[in-house]
Design a protein around this ligand. Structure first.
Ligand SMILES: Cc1ncc(COP(=O)(O)O)c(C=O)c1O
Length: 352
């Protein structure tokens, strides 16, 4: 099976892990500091705090912004469930809005939701590695006075108008789960340019609150993340080259992913749409290609929440499927995926 995603490590990661074992400084050491400094520099923000997962990064960001019982938080209908679960864990009341044609929060509907529900925080998600319309969302934030946390779990290195995901909002939240563009195994980070918010985040992650939590990562995770981060741009370029080959090959039969003007998509996932999605996914899997559906659910179906009508997300959810686009695919594997999917859709079984 050609896997939907897989991490890849070199001698450098192995050496670093062994050195950490030998040093016996296995947590709270120089790798954790190095990662935070380099990640902040890479994203272009003043502060970066590592935590043990992307879900925790979202939770801590919400808490640092003061979200508590009954505060409303807007999320898009399409995302991984952690986006809405972090809101529920923080005690907030989720408000779900529709997506635009880029699978990210629809700013027009966001404005309706803001007028109707007066949220404290809005969480746009850069789904699949493509940027949400941050210009429009930040303009609304200034006009209506809500905070913005960018869920950048799938968008390490994505950019809009030269500014990276995680540097647009008041705060950014990242995941370094094994499948992500920067994998650590498990891990997360919170980014911000705001010194006051940085102080609040520090209190949340380092026993300043009562009752207190421990959200730390180990030196092993930080070392792997640092070395992976140093290769991120090169690997994102490889993802973009594979995506461009797919888009050329599949544009005739499928709705291919669009790139927002002025943005750089980092193709955490390459997601197509077709009305006969289920048949196609089944055929791809029979051909040894690990096609998957991200996500078969909408967030307001999972948790109690307020929501506006979500006609786009409801249609997209029935039609989307993702194919392998990770940077370790060989050229032969990319050709095999192109040929197999073209054959599946041209064989007459599928009506395109
Ligand atoms: C969009 C999104 N948000 C949040 C998360 C949560 O991250 P984690 O799995 O590290 O808790 C993930 C990933 O898993 C994600 O894809």
């Amino acid at each position: 099976m050609i896997r939907i995603t897989e991490p890849n490590f070199s001698e450098e990661e192995k050496r670093a892990v062994l050195e950490i074992l030998e040093s016996r400084q296995i947590t709270r050491g120089s790798w954790t500091e190095t990662f935070s400094r380099e990640f902040a520099g890479y994203i272009g923000v003043k502060h970066c705090f590592t935590v043990c997962s992307g879900t925790v990064a979202l939770f801590v960001a919400l808490k640092a912004l003061g979200v508590d019982r009954g505060d409303r938080v807007v999320v898009p209908a399409m995302s991984f469930m952690a986006t809405i679960d972090a809101v529920c864990l923080a005690g907030g009341e989720p408000v779900v809005v529709d997506v635009d044609d880029f699978y990210t929060m629809d700013p027009n509907q966001l404005e309706d939701a803001v007028k109707k529900f007066s949220p404290k925080v809005v969480i746009p998600v850069h789904l699949y590695g493509g940027m949400a319309d941050m210009e429009a969302i930040m303009e609304l934030s200034e006009r209506y006075g809500f905070y913005v946390i960018e869920d950048s779990a799938q968008a390490h290195g994505a950019e809009l108008k030269g500014k990276k995901a995680g540097a647009w909002g008041h705060m950014g939240a990242f995941s370094f789960y094994a499948s992500k563009n920067v994998p650590m195994g498990e891990g997360g980070a919170i980014t911000t340019n705001d010194d006051e918010l940085a102080k609040k985040v520090r209190r949340w992650i380092d026993f300043g609150e009562s009752p207190a939590f421990n959200f730390r990562i180990t030196e092993f995770q930080a070392a792997i993340g640092t070395i992976q981060l140093r290769r991120l741009d090169e690997r994102n370029e490889r993802r973009r080259r594979i995506a461009s080959a797919y888009t050329k090959a599949f544009g005739e039969h499928f709705l291919v992913p669009a790139e927002r003007e002025g943005s750089k998509h980092v193709y955490h996932l390459y997601t197509l749409r077709h009305p006969e999605r289920d048949r196609i996914v089944e055929d791809l899997r029979s051909a040894g290609i690990d096609a998957r559906v991200y996500y078969p659910y909408l967030l307001h179906e999972l948790r109690d929440s307020l929501h506006l009508p979500t006609p786009r997300a409801e249609r997209f959810r029935r039609e989307v499927f993702s194919i392998p686009v990770h940077p370790y695919l060989t050229d032969e594997e990319v050709s095999y995926i192109v040929d197999s999917l073209t054959e599946i859709v041209s064989s007459g079984k599928i009506i395109s």
